[in-house]
Design a binder for this molecule. Structure first.
Ligand SMILES: C[S@@+](CC[C@H](N)C(=O)[O-])C[C@H]1O[C@@H](n2cnc3c(N)ncnc32)[C@H](O)[C@@H]1O
Length: 246
C-alpha cells in the first residue's frame, strides 16, 4: 500500500464506529471499543484450523472470523443480523472495510441465529457463538439451531447470572436492566447452560473459562458504587466460555 492509500484508509477507519480491534496490517489497527484480543485469549480456540470449517455467529466487525481465517480455516462463514442492519457507520461497513483490506475470503450472510439450518448452510467443524446468547429472548431454541449446524466443536462465550443458585436457573432482564442495554435479555447460570447444551444434543460440555470470584467482586464493587444494595446482584453476574462437543 502506498503512503497515500494508507492515509485514506486511516481517514475511513476514523469515520466508522468499531467494536473490534482488527489488525489490518500496514501498521493499522481498528479502534474497537471491545476487548477482542483479551476475549480471544480466553476462548481456547485451536491455534491450527487448517482443513476445518468455521461458522462465526454474531460476527459484528469480523474480528473472530478473520482470526479463524488467519489460523488456516478452509472455509469461514460470518453471520449476523442486528449489527449489520444498524446503519452507515458501524457493523456492516466495518466488516466490509476490514474484509477488503485483508483481501479476505470469509463469506458473509445476514442470518438470524434462530434460522440457522444445516440443510441450508451445511455444518461446520467449529462454531463460534460469542457474546450473542444474552441478546436472545429464547436461548434454548437458538441453541437447537446452533446444534444443528455444529459438526464437532461449539465455542460458546456469554454472560452468566444467578451464580449462587445450585440449580439450573436464568435471570430474564426487563428493559435495559442489564448494563443499560435493552437488547440484553438472558442471564443463565452455568448449570442452566450445561443443561440446555445437553438437551440440544451436545454430549461433552466443558467450562474452559469462568470469571474468578475476585474479578466478579471487583466488578460488582465498581459498578455498585455507593448503591451497596446492588452489590449481591452484580456479584452474581459473570462471564463464561464453554466448549461443547456432540
Ligand atoms: C456483543 S456483540 C458480540 C460480537 C462478537 N461475536 C464478539 O464476541 O465480539 C453481539 C452480536 O450478536 C449479534 N446478534 C444479536 N442477536 C442476533 C441474532 N438473533 N442472530 C444473529 N446475530 C445476532 C449482534 O448483531 C452483534 O453483532
Amino acid at each position: 500500500m502506498t503512503d497515500e492509500e494508507i492515509q485514506e484508509l486511516q481517514i475511513r477507519i476514523a469515520e466508522l464506529e468499531w467494536f473490534h480491534s482488527i489488525d489490518l496490517g500496514c501498521g493499522l489497527v481498528t479502534p474497537g471499543s471491545d476487548e477482542s484480543p483479551a476475549k480471544l485469549a480466553r476462548l481456547g480456540l485451536p491455534d491450527d484450523l487448517v482443513g476445518r470449517s468455521v461458522l462465526d455467529i454474531g460476527a459484528y466487525d469480523g474480528f473472530f472470523s478473520f482470526e479463524a481465517e488467519r489460523r488456516g480455516a478452509d472455509r469461514v462463514l460470518a453471520v449476523d443480523t442486528l449489527a449489520w442492519e444498524r446503519g452507515a457507520t458501524s457493523g456492516w461497513p466495518c466488516f466490509s472495510l476490514a474484509h477488503r483490506v485483508l483481501s479476505s475470503a470469509v463469506e458473509a450472510r445476514k442470518v438470524d441465529i434462530h434460522s440457522l439450518a444445516s440443510a441450508e448452510i451445511g455444518s461446520f467443524d467449529v462454531v463460534l457463538c460469542l457474546g450473542v446468547l444474552y441478546h436472545l429472548r429464547d436461548p434454548l431454541s437458538a441453541l437447537e439451531a446452533v446444534a444443528d449446524v455444529t459438526g464437532d466443536l461449539l465455542v460458546l462465550e456469554t454472560h452468566t447470572d444467578a451464580t449462587h443458585l445450585r440449580r439450573p436457573a436464568m435471570v430474564f432482564y426487563e428493559g435495559d436492566e442489564l448494563a443499560g442495554d435493552a437488547s440484553n435479555w438472558s442471564g443463565p447460570n452455568e448449570r442452566m447452560l450445561a443443561t440446555w447444551l445437553r438437551e440440544v444434543g451436545f454430549r461433552d460440555v466443558e467450562v474452559v473459562h469462568r470469571r474468578s470470584i475476585g474479578h466478579r467482586a471487583l466488578r460488582a464493587f465498581y459498578r455498585a458504587g455507593l448503591r451497596l444494595d446492588r452489590f449481591p446482584g452484580l456479584f452474581d453476574q459473570g462471564r463464561i466460555v464453554v466448549h461443547a462437543r456432540k
